[in-house]
Write a protein that binds this ligand. Structure first.
Ligand SMILES: Nc1nc2c(ncn2[C@@H]2O[C@H](COP(=O)(O)OP(=O)(O)OP(=O)(O)O)[C@@H](O)[C@H]2O)c(=O)[nH]1
Ligand SMILES: [Mg+2]
Length: 468
């Protein structure tokens, strides 16, 4: 007989496992967020006067006993390079992590004492054990790969047409010229030739790369930009094909047939596999949005980012879990935090405006209200690592920021201008300027965690209730 009922024991009743999905386009701040979160948890010191965790319920109440990283000896996925990223961020000359090139996973175990609320009693306080465990699983991956999720629902011809339409719009028209003139030379029913396919894919990749340099993010297929272990693989030798008619049966041995077959392999073996293995068991989600850089880049980049996020988020399984969901295995993401990142890039008075802008962006990103009606949602403006300080100009009293840009030897005062109040932003009516800021070389960061903006509140929303 198959034993399908999980064994109940006080120990597994008191251990909760949560998969946290850190979702964000390329350069949104995923790796920095994960590293900062882990560092702050591992360095948590309840008696410290200043801590980035101030605002996280279990910490404020003195119930967080400690956090430990758990290394899985049987893991089939590389471990998140926490030590390496942390060393870079807290070294003599602190540096930001490189763009992520592959998938990695990490598990942190939080040991805590339960509170006195009703929930604590329900969670088994009566069992007499003083401490509980919460296991948090997090994965990191290149933001480019996320943008592939919408491809799962499109056949080759529909996708191809959508990419061609996109390539002819706005600044993309100029950037796609070489690739387009190459692929329009041959009709889709021409005999397939792998060398031609390789050149078409190379030109298409160059076009995608030029778009990425301009800040555009709705770029598919993501592995063309960040191939990871697929570098040089034949499955990446295709691209959208002008004239590939929907519904038409491609001729045997034609370009159309070959590109369609590669697209299907890409969908199945690359995207679906990635999605199944890492995104189907998520319990909580934080969507990191780099709204500030997009604002700085202008309306095309801003709209492209919103559209990419909208298309991606449709693929996640949101929904409140029922009381027996741990038995049935039917779980969903029941809490989503939409977080504008890098809030240390704007003056204090503008952080609420940034939050409001993000809230209003949700109307575009979750147009059908699907997420809003199936999960608990919160919006915040956060900085996982705060690199600037808030100051006021002595002459005008205006708020400014104090920080160091890459290449600068010293910290200086900056006035980044204001975040727009309207949504969609009135592009001619606001002035905001994005600069990159460097992390500080400060021993306190190494020992006590990173200074942050609203990181603790974000964590409290995501897992605070699970630790009552
Ligand atoms: N000031 C400040 N900058 C940040 C913060 N988080 C991220 N950044 C900046 O954003 C850049 C990208 O952050 P990452 O964490 O590498 O972004 P990512 O989402 O992992 O990007 P990919 O790996 O390319 O998908 C960093 O190099 C920093 O310049 C923050 O909290 N404060
Ligand atoms: Mg990264």
């Amino acid at each position: 007989m198959v034993d399908f009922i999980p064994k109940l024991s006080p120990s597994n009743l008191l251990t909760r496992k949560i998969e946290l999905g850190v979702t964000g386009l390329a350069r949104a701040g995923k790796t920095v967020f994960i590293t900062a979160l882990l560092h702050d948890l591992l360095r948590a010191e309840t008696t410290a006067a200043k801590s980035p965790l101030r605002g996280f319920g279990p910490f404020d109440e003195g119930r967080l006993v400690g956090a430990v990283l758990r290394h899985d000896a049987n893991a089939t996925v590389p471990e998140f390079p926490y030590g390496q990223t942390l060393r870079a961020l807290t070294g003599e000359t602190p540096s930001w992590p490189q763009p992520t090139e592959g998938i990695s996973r990490i598990r942190v175990e939080l040991r805590y004492r339960r509170g006195r609320g009703l929930r604590a009693v329900a969670a088994g306080r009566g069992l007499g054990s003083g401490e509980s465990l919460l296991t948090l699983d997090i994965i990191d991956y290149p933001g480019e790969w996320l943008v592939d999720l919408p491809m799962l629902e499109q056949d080759f011809e529909t996708w191809s047409q959508a990419m061609l339409d996109q390539a002819r719009l706005g600044p993309r028209a100029e950037l796609s010229r070489d690739w387009l003139s190459f692929v329009t030379q041959r009709a889709p029913d021409t005999a397939h030739d792998e060398e031609y396919a390789a050149e078409a894919a190379r030109l298409y990749t160059e076009y995608l790369r030029a778009c990425a340099e301009r800040g555009l993010r709705f770029l598919q297929p993501g592995r063309f930009l960040t191939p990871g272990s697929l570098r040089g693989a034949a499955v990446l030798r295709f691209c959208p094909l002008p004239g590939a008619q929907a519904g038409a049966k491609p001729g045997r041995g034609s370009l159309h047939e070959a590109f369609r077959a590669k697209y299907r392999d890409y969908q199945d073996k690359v995207v679906r596999d990635f999605y199944r293995r890492h995104f189907t068991a998520l319990d909580r989600q934080i969507v990191l949005i780099d709204a500030l850089r997009a604002l700085d880049a202008g309306p095309t980049v801003f709209e492209d980012m919103s559209q990419a996020l909208a298309a991606i988020l449709g693929n996640f399984r949101h929904g409140r879990s029922g009381p027996l969901s741990w038995l049935t295995g039917r779980r969903g993401i029941d809490k989503v935090l939409f977080a504008a990142t890098k809030a240390d890039h704007v003056i204090r008075g503008d952080r609420l405006h940034l939050e409001n802008l993000t809230r209003r962006m949700l109307h575009v990103v979750d147009e059908s209200n699907r997420i809003k009606t199936s999960a608990e949602i919160q919006v915040a403006a956060i900085a996982a690592i705060r690199c600037t300080e808030d100051m006021r100009r002595s002459d005008t009293g205006r708020e400014i920021l104090f920080g160091r840009r890459p290449g600068d030897t010293e910290e200086q005062a900056f006035d980044p201008g204001a975040v727009p109040l309207d949504f969609p932003p009135r592009w001619d009516a606001f002035r905001y300027r994005f600069w990159d800021f460097q992390p500080r070389n400060d021993p306190a960061w190494r020992h006590g965690g990173f200074p942050a903006i609203k990181l603790a509140e974000a964590l409290d929303f995501l897992i605070g209730e699970d630790m009552t």
